[in-house]
Ligand binder design. Structure first.
Ligand code: SF4
Length: 490
């Protein structure tokens, strides 16, 4: 535990007002850094040995526990804003086949890991995991327990669509060992729900939250989205009021990124109904003000938690980390991903499964792991991942400690980055002192911008763009415009 982590200051009224003033000049968008290198840097069609080596090296770490992510891609209805990898179907026969292939994948992974490895944290995401019927859920959990050892006191969470579960299903989740639930809400406003094709009355959600509390789930988390059609600060404020009445332990408030050329369902969203940039900013600022005034801790980026929640405790104690679920208390472990498009982070490699059912089933039919993309981290990636993690989770870089751990001279290794930080310091995002760099309360609201300074791949992109621009200018042509790879909010 570090004193600096304990004092990571929350955005106050002044920071929020400076944020509003800066928003036109500094773009706060950027990678979410749930991994570094970010997923758009993974290589397509890597050699399968990448995955095999990762599992073999992880095996050498026995008995280190694992974190596990399992992807269930099916949904019955489309939500127009959705950017997830999902399959819309009402044919529940499709999930039975998927479950059997999940079993094959688990067997292959567990075989290469060599032992029935302990799983300290698991998360079922989607899609809609509760698309599976009760018997299928039991089957998946039995398969998991056959190939891995899920610890009873670990964190075991599942994403829930409140429109698809009742008390009996919640009781089943508790019986299966889940102790955390995450509920998709987005907005309770009827007109917004209509516009995004997700009708979900407040009472329906409240019934699920009440059931989770009655059944003793340790943590209830709600997901909201701002920037959706017809939203205003006043209307979203009413949704926040309803959310506060439910008093979730954690809250995620994501920014909607309208990219209909990337995500087809978004073409059905009326662009004229989207809130203008200034209104969207008002929604965010008023939401942060209200939630922090009501006792929620601003964890960072889009996340809030009650002070007693494990996430807030982990941040106070300097243990917070980032993984593919966002902020996490258990991100230091190797993470195995199961199911289509699932990402694993194993022994210094990132691996991502095939995105389509055909490719996923095809690989498993041939008895091989369904690897589609991946990357092996180099020494520089490890160093930068640690720096970016420290900035995003604890808001501080202890330079002598980093130098000692990595055998570097920080000011030499990062001279260009320090020059860029100097500019962010003039804008009040960071404070640079001898031996330490601190993210200010204002900087917390733009922490991606601070983290991007240390992203070597973005720096190389920028250098290439500058070269291309200079070359084009010499040729008398227009500079080439490159669309940022990170424009999608993921
Ligand atoms: S938002 Fe969730 S429930 Fe809606 S289509 Fe996407 S994955 Fe399915």
């Amino acid at each position: 535990m570090t004193a600096s982590a304990m004092t990571f200051p929350a955005p106050d009224r002044r920071a929020l007002s400076d944020f509003r003033a800066l928003a036109g000049r500094i773009d706060g968008n950027g990678p979410r850094y749930t991994s570094y290198p970010t997923a758009d840097r993974f290589r397509n069609d890597p050699d399968l040995s990448l995955y095999h080596d990762a599992l073999a090296d992880s095996r050498a770490d026995v008995p280190a526990p694992l974190s596990l992510y399992l992807h269930i891609p099916f949904c019955e209805n489309i939500c127009y804003y959705c950017g997830c990898n999902k399959i819309i179907t009402r044919d529940h026969g499709r999930s039975a086949r998927y479950v059997s292939y999940l079993g094959r994948e688990m067997a292959l992974v567990a075989d290469r890991l060599g032992t029935r490895r302990e799983v300290i944290q698991s998360h079922w995401g989607g899609g809609t995991p509760t698309f599976l019927d009760p018997d299928e859920m039991r089957r998946v959990m039995a398969l998991l327990n056959e190939h891995f050892a899920l610890t009873a006191d670990g964190e075991h969470s599942i994403e829930i669509d409140p429109r698809r579960v009742d008390h009996a299903r919640m009781a089943l989740l508790a019986e299966l060992g889940f102790n955390r639930v995450s509920l998709g809400v987005q907005d309770f406003d009827a007109e917004v729900q209509q516009a995004i094709h997700r009708i979900q009355p407040f009472d329906e959600t409240r019934a699920v939250v009440d059931a989770a509390r009655a059944l003793g789930f340790r943590s209830v988390s709600l997901d909201l989205i701002y920037g959706l059609p017809h939203q205003t600060a006043a209307r979203f404020g009413r949704t926040i009021g309803q959310v506060l009445a439910l008093r979730p332990d954690r809250l995620s408030v994501y920014s909607y990124a309208h990219l209909p050329h990337v995500f087809k369902p978004q073409r059905r969203i009326d662009e004229n109904a989207l809130p203008p940039a200034g209104e969207k900013l008002d929604i965010l600022v008023s939401t942060i003000e209200r939630l922090t005034a009501e006792g929620y801790v601003y964890i960072g980026m889009d996340h809030f938690a009650l002070p007693g929640d494990d996430l807030a405790v982990a941040q106070r104690e300097g243990r917070l980390q980032r993984n593919f679920q966002g902020y996490s208390t258990h991100a230091g472990y190797d993470q195995v991903g199961l199911g289509i498009s699932a990402i694993g982070a194993i022994a210094g490699r990132y691996v991502q499964n095939a995105r389509t059912l055909d490719d996923y089933y095809g690989a498993l039919d041939q008895g091989r792991l369904p690897l589609a993309r991946g990357v092996a981290m180099n020494t520089d990636d490890h160093l930068r991942r640690e720096i970016i993690g420290d900035l995003m989770c604890n808001g501080i870089l202890d330079l002598p400690a980093i130098e000692a751990r990595h055998g570097i001279d920080f000011s030499r290794a990062f001279s260009a980055e320090l020059a860029d930080l100097g500019r962010l310091s003039e804008d009040g995002l960071v404070q640079c002192e001898p031996g330490r760099i601190t993210v200010t309360p204002l900087g917390r609201l733009l922490v991606r911008r601070v983290a991007m300074v240390f992203d070597r791949y973005l720096r190389e992109d920028a250098a290439r763009r500058a070269d291309n621009g200079a070359q084009a200018a010499n040729d008398g042509a227009q500079p080439i415009r490159i669309v940022p790879r990170y424009s999608r909010v993921v």
